[in-house]
Design a protein around this ligand. Structure first.
Ligand SMILES: C[S@@+](CC[C@H](N)C(=O)[O-])C[C@H]1O[C@@H](n2cnc3c(N)ncnc32)[C@H](O)[C@@H]1O
Length: 493
């Protein structure tokens, strides 16, 4: 569908638009007080009925799914009848989809943002706040009433919560950066647009907290429609489908019906929850974007290990140049999984370990560190040329040290929380957490750390075993043995 030709449906029937909100005129309005009271706190049959009736009135066809409370994820869409594998579901009409091309109740606000070339995400966040603040005067009111008042989002964690709960996790810096990025985006829009047009963007509504609410909604619900040039969109109803790492199905635009559909990749029985995949993401990435951590271990679980060249290395400049030649910088992150450690991480570590006598190899090592695709080490070096055994040992030790530093932090975090068992958290016999009342955020951080610990312990085992071999080889036959070692077992399969 050509988005330029999109014309609004009944949802956007012409109406007189009053842009300045009455609340903005109220002298008593406290600009810093959060006026956001949009959305609902939990599933209620009444709320669900109201939402589904509105969707029907907006031409959502009869559904094989219904909105219900579910075990994890609050609410979800549940099959009403048998559903086949490969069956198409939802058929949400495009008039029900919110994109950057959607009509604004207040068209002047849109003009202001367009004049400043505001990117998609802050544009949509402003749209959400603008429409939500209109209450029943917005055609989207029934949708906003169904959205979560507090979206599960890392953005709604305080900095103290992030620092206290995620200090041992690999995602702490990303979490802090993401929060800071959204705060900075708000600050920049506030000074460049909102404050200049207080009649259109009253601070009672356009404030940091409502901006975080809007971004929380976007992070957890925005979809990228592959068949529509990756256009980002909010799709009411379709955004009630929860994630499972066991399925690959996702939402997309179907040109023939001009609707958003979900094509199942498994069969469902009545009362079973229907899932989509939010993408092949690790537990940490899911927490960062969607604000939850699944208790199940799965193949996508991974965490990033970061290595840096040392500035004290006399070959720092030459090594940095080799990395830059291959598009890398002096610090790189690589994902490790329960399946092993990527060969690129080893290549980076070998480069760190290389003495000046191996300068002619720097570029090859940097190329191996920059190579694409998931490759596990097949042998014990990520390249075929020979290097002194001491370099091998140092390269393995560098990674082991990083892995053990992360494990140390995790043990401290888990230990601290296990001490707090009496206060509220227990580890059941099956290793799953049994909650006795501690905050959901702490439980998520705990689950994430247990998962990262498992991956790191496996990496530690692999690295220690290999180092034992390397050291034994060095002790028995010195450097002459390194060539022999190359042919040894395929440790990282
Ligand atoms: C697109 S919405 C799905 C509908 C959502 N459950 C609701 O009630 O509005 C995404 C949010 O649902 C929740 N969610 C989705 N899949 C989940 C899962 N497997 N486990 C726990 N929560 C999940 C998270 O709060 C996430 O931010």
């Amino acid at each position: 569908m050509d988005m330029a030709s999109y014309t609004s449906g009944s949802l956007h029937a012409a109406r007189p638009v009053v842009c300045s909100s009455s609340a903005s005129k109220s002298k008593s309005a406290d600009a810093n007080k959060l006026a956001v009271d949009w959305g609902c706190d939990a599933y209620t049959p009444k709320g669900s009925k109201f939402f589904q009736e509105w969707l029907t009135s907006q031409r959502l066809p009869p559904q094989k799914l219904t909105l219900q409370p579910v075990e994890s994820g609050g609410r979800g869409l549940v099959a009403k009848t048998n559903i086949r594998r490969g069956e198409k579901l939802l058929y949400v009409p495009f008039s029900l989809v919110i994109t950057c091309n959607s009509e604004w109740t207040c068209s002047q606000s849109r003009l202001c943002l367009s004049a400043e070339d505001v990117p998609d995400w802050p544009f949509l966040a402003t749209y959400l706040i603008s429409e939500a603040s209109k209450g029943k005067d917005s055609p989207w009111h029934p949708y906003f009433s169904a959205l979560p008042r507090k979206p599960e989002s890392i953005l709604l964690w305080s900095e103290t919560e992030v620092r206290n709960y995620l200090f041992a996790s690999s995602i702490i810096n990303q979490a802090l950066e993401r929060i800071a990025e959204v705060e900075n985006t708000f600050a920049s829009l506030d000074s460049s647009i909102y404050k200049k047009h207080p009649d259109l963007f009253p601070s009672q509504f356009f404030n940091a907290q409502s901006f975080k609410w809007a971004f929380g909604i976007l992070f957890s619900r925005l979809v990228r429609l592959q068949s529509l040039n990756e256009q980002v969109a909010l799709v009411p109803w379709a955004d009630m489908v929860n994630h499972s790492s066991q399925v690959k199905a996702c939402l997309d635009y179907e040109a023939a019906s001009k609707t958003i559909i979900l094509t199942t990749d498994k069969a469902y029985q009545p009362s079973e929850q229907v899932f989509i995949s939010y993408g092949d993401k690790s537990k940490g990435e899911i927490l960062l974007s969607y604000g939850f951590v699944s208790a199940n271990a799965d193949g996508m679980d991974s965490l990033d290990i970061s290595l840096s060249l040392s500035r004290d290395d006399e070959m720092f400049a030459a090594k940095q140049a080799a990395l830059e030649e291959h598009g890398l910088s002096s610090t790189c992150k690589y994902p490790i999984t329960i399946g092993g450690i990527p060969s690129q991480l080893f290549a980076f570590s070998y480069l760190i370990a290389c003495p000046s006598s191996l300068e002619s190899r720097f570029s090859q090592m940097a190329a191996a560190a920059a190579s694409k695709g998931v490759t596990r080490l097949d042998g014990f070096r990520p390249f075929t040329f020979d290097v002194p055994l001491d370099v091998d040992i140092q390269a393995y030790e560098t990674i082991l040290k990083t892995v053990e530093a992360s494990l140390g932090k995790i043990s401290r975090f888990l230990g601290e929380n296990e001490k707090m068992n009496d206060a509220g958290m227990q580890k059941g016999n099956d290793g799953k957490l049994a909650s006795l009342g501690l905050s959901g955020k702490l439980k998520m951080a705990y689950t994430l750390c247990v998962s990262e610990q498992r991956i790191l312990q496996r990496a530690q085992y692999i690295l220690r075993s290999k180092l034992r071999e390397l050291r034994a080889r060095k002790a028995s036959s010195g450097e002459a043995g390194s060539g022999f070692l190359y042919g040894l077992g395929k440790l990282f399969k």
